[in-house]
Design a protein around this ligand. Sequence first.
Ligand SMILES: [Cu+2]
Length: 157
Amino acid sequence: MRFLFKLAFCAALALSATAASAHDYEKGSIFLDHPWSRATPHGATVGAGYVVIQNKGPSPDRLIGASAEVAGRVEIHEMAMELGIMKMRPLPRGLEIKARATATLKPGGYHIMLMDLKRALKEGEHFKGTLVFEKAGTIEVEFTVEGMGTQPNKRGH
Ligand SMILES: [Cu+2]
């Protein structure tokens, strides 16, 4: 009996966790769906932030900066092939989001690079940050930390 009760309780917790992770933000023409990050191994000094950015407006906007309370410094990165090796590099002008288009920041692609991490990121926790857009301005968000191996498709993106 006790075991069954525990199972039901866990199922309820899992459900509420799923609901809580579907968080989004809107400002001007920019809609942000579920900012998230991945847990980092002990001692790691870098991490990454991901989010789906939707531009609902008739003109392009640009993600030009970001911040996170857990990182000393943040850059916007892309992944690109260099001499046959996938490497990440900063986007000095930021990331353009075309009119009525969606940009998905995800593992293996565009990401918000969290540098000089102040501490390890643990699965299930949250941290505050901002995304700064050329036109929409600064949007305050909260990143959810997911497990180390989490892939975007497993989360429904
Ligand atoms: Cu990077």
